[in-house]
Design a protein around this ligand. Structure first.
Ligand code: CUA
Length: 328
């Protein structure tokens, strides 16, 4: 009866955590994600069963050994050797089992197989830049082929960020001054979220990217494609803006982390040093590459990162053209 009851509870917990489509967990997009969930469900089940057992025993003993009369004496108890050995050995075995299982998975998670496809990832306030060995770069969007092991090599331009791939149950800090890495082997095509999981300042919650798992053919095509083929400068600018600027800037004139860009073009702005500047292409270009040179009054210096080396001339020209067209 008791056994059935616990098994029932355990199976409900397993269903909740470990169902194919769980309400509580993100999708599983790799074999590792499935394994990690199994271990997680096991630990959760053991904890749930122990919790229930302990609470039931507390309640049972409260009733059984309550003081029945005013003169009720506490019985003299010393110990029970057999019982103590059992409640030491059984939990220890369970803990060692958890440890061994976790260790095995951790090793699997840590070390990328030889021949994994390497992609460089650079975190900065507040976007993710991706650099392929072919020279292709992208911001906040990364294409990978399905079924292949992929190794992300992380670095950071400013502070500690953390690359978090919930659908792959993996997370790794990107630390300034060193390389760290994380590998995945996606087994399902689709779009998956990449978050920053280390509080890195005002725009932290907007530091998101998309992982696109596609067929090898689509991936190869994307790698060799000119991302701006057939696009006008302002269309290019819009694309760059949406990928790199929206975490901090609005397209109307409401300020976010930084100023809104609606109506900015050709307007006169007062700077922190009380001088004025006309927002022309030279000023916008300078503010993208050397953002602290001329900061508009009311905004803080040092908040905006430089995009030097991140954006090409074509992308900067595109941004200028796009901002030109933004109305209040
Ligand atoms: Cu980068 Cu939080």
């Amino acid at each position: 009866m008791f056994r059935l009851f616990f098994l029932g509870i355990a199976s409900v917990f397993t269903k909740v955590v470990h169902a194919k489509k769980s309400v509580f967990m993100p999708p599983e997009a790799s074999a590792y994600a499935h394994e990690a969930d199994k271990l997680y469900a096991f630990i959760l089940n053991v904890s749930a069963v122990s919790f229930i057992l302990i609470v039931l025993f507390i309640a049972y003993f409260c009733i059984k050994y309550r003081r029945k009369t005013l003169n009720d004496k506490t019985p003299h108890l010393s110990h029970n050797f057999k019982l103590e050995v059992i409640w030491t050995i059984i939990p220890s075995l369970i803990f060692f089992f958890m440890f061994a299982w976790g260790w095995k998975l951790w090793n699997q998670a840590r070390y990328a197989p030889k021949g994994a496809l390497e992609i460089f990832v650079e975190g900065q306030k507040w976007s993710w830049g991706f650099h392929y060995k072919s020279g292709r770069t992208s911001i906040n969007e990364v294409y990978v082929p399905v079924g292949k092991p992929i190794k992300f090599i992380l670095s950071s331009k400013d502070v500690i960020h953390s690359l978090f791939l919930p659908a792959f149950r993996k997370k790794q800090d990107a630390v300034p001054g060193r390389y760290t890495s994380l590998w995945i082997q996606p087994n399902k095509k689709g779009d998956y979220y990449i978050f920053c999981a280390e509080f890195c300042g005002t725009g932290h919650s907007g530091m998101m990217a998309k992982l696109k798992v596609v067929s090898f053919k689509e991936y190869a095509q994307w790698l060799s494609n000119d991302p701006y083929k057939g696009m006008s400068l302002s269309q290019i600018g819009k694309k760059v803006f949406n990928a790199s600027c929206t975490a901090c800037h609005n397209t109307n004139n409401t300020a976010k982390v930084g100023p809104g860009f609606g109506g900015l073009w050709a307007s006169t702005k007062i700077l922190t040093n009380n001088k004025s500047v006309v927002a022309d292409s030279t000023y916008i270009r300078e503010s993208i590459l050397n953002p602290n040179a001329k900061v508009v009054k009311g905004f803080l210096k040092g908040v905006m990162p430089t995009f030097k080396g991140q954006l090409s001339e074509q992308q900067i020209r595109g941004l200028v053209e796009y901002i030109k067209g933004l109305k209040e």
